[in-house]
Design a protein around this ligand. Structure first.
Ligand SMILES: Nc1ncnc2c1ncn2[C@@H]1O[C@H](COP(=O)(O)OP(=O)(O)OP(=O)(O)O)[C@@H](O)[C@H]1O
Length: 344
């Protein structure tokens, strides 16, 4: 199927969506060591072809190393990386069927937009007329054909990102690898470009692997969220599955909006919007320590007698029907099914 992402501008582009099995990505027992540092510690991961995967985690958890091993910018110390039916673990970057889009887009400042996009074809020895024709097609795809003669510095951040995408797509990858692609953008543009990335991925139909430390970005974009910590995968699943039932205390705390509650049977996670507050009745005695208005809801900070700190998210109308003051002694309760057992 031939398609243009910018149907009103320019010719349709022949960019085939590969069959899903060709863009399926599998990591088996992949480890990366830098000297004594174990950056990635034997991870297993299967990313279905044509899906959007976000690697999520705090600084230093190994997500960039994982991405760079898939890209071929680092070689795995152990394990296998398979894209489609090809074991790409030790192939050079250019032979893997992957393309990388960086945080800063890494456009060459002295080359025009057209030459930036055509660059990898030039490296392959494609003649100028042919590579420029192909680069123009890709610029049309991302709705940037009117800017072909400009230098990167003459473009906005969002426009540079589209050029970077066109440049990555010219290699016809089976998997696009994105390293914090939105972090250089202002918050408004970030949300807009997030929607564009998602739309591009759905239209192009191949696998995207996107590194981020923003849980909001991962929740908004991913079909598969992979939460990493200290070189390991803590949990992988759909955003809803991960948010609804975090498997470990780390995941519950990292994705936020959860309370980690100690019970006699072990630790459980309870979403802060599942906590009901009442002046008396069943539940754990708590003291209100702060109330923060957030527009649609109020975040009520609580302290238990054991010194645990919890948060309850109270809808705006509920809060204002019966306002709560810091210092109030209340009961906090939740339905049994709202508590998810955390692995020790
Ligand atoms: N080239 C290197 N040499 C030595 N240690 C490295 C190298 N690259 C990464 N590390 C270490 O490996 C670990 C994982 O780093 P990595 O960049 O993969 O994490 P990250 O999750 O992407 O972090 P960030 O969000 O800060 O980019 C860190 O402890 C880091 O210091």
């Amino acid at each position: 199927m031939s398609q243009s992402l910018a149907p009103d501008s320019g010719p349709a582009l022949a960019l085939e969506a590969p069959p899903p099995h060709e863009s399926r990505l599998e990591l088996a027992a992949v480890t990366k060591r830098y000297g004594d540092t174990v950056a990635v510690d034997g991870i297993d991961l299967r990313i279905e072809g044509g899906s959007y995967c976000c690697l999520l985690g705090p600084s230093g958890c190994g997500k960039t190393s994982t991405l760079r091993m898939i890209a071929g910018h680092e070689i795995a110390s152990e394990g296998d990386i398979v894209l489609g039916s090809r074991n790409i673990t030790n192939l050079p970057a250019a032979a893997r069927g992957t393309a990388m889009m960086f945080q800063s887009y890494a456009l060459f400042p002295h080359l025009s937009v057209l030459d930036n996009v055509a660059f990898s074809l030039k490296m392959k020895g494609v003649d100028k007329a042919a590579r420029h024709a192909r680069a123009r097609e890709l610029l049309a795809l991302v709705d940037m054909d009117a800017y072909a003669a400009r230098l990167p510095a003459q473009l906005s951040g969002g426009q540079q990102q589209r050029v970077a995408l066109a440049r990555a797509l010219i290699t016809e990858p089976r998997a696009l690898l994105l390293d914090e692609p939105l972090s250089a953008l202002d918050p408004f543009l970030r949300v807009r470009m997030r929607a564009e990335l998602k739309r591009w991925q759905k239209t192009l139909g191949f696998t995207f692997v996107h590194v981020t430390h923003s849980q909001e970005e991962a929740m908004g974009l991913a079909d598969l969220v992979v939460v990493m910590n200290a070189g390991r995968i803590e949990q992988a699943g759909s955003p809803r599955a991960v948010f609804d039932a975090p498997r470990t205390e780390f995941v519950a705390r990292f994705i936020g909006s959860h309370n980690v509650v100690h019970t006699p049977a072990g630790k459980v996670a309870v979403r802060s919007d599942r906590i009901r507050l009442a002046p008396q009745g069943d539940g754990v005695p708590v003291t209100v320590t702060a109330c923060e208005y957030q527009g649609t809801h109020v975040q009520v900070a609580l302290a238990t007698a054991q010194g645990e700190e919890w948060t309850a998210t109270v809808p705006d109308q509920v809060f204002h029907a019966a306002p709560i003051e810091p210092g109030a002694a209340l009961r906090a309760a939740w339905a049994p099914e709202a508590a998810h057992r955390l692995q020790a």
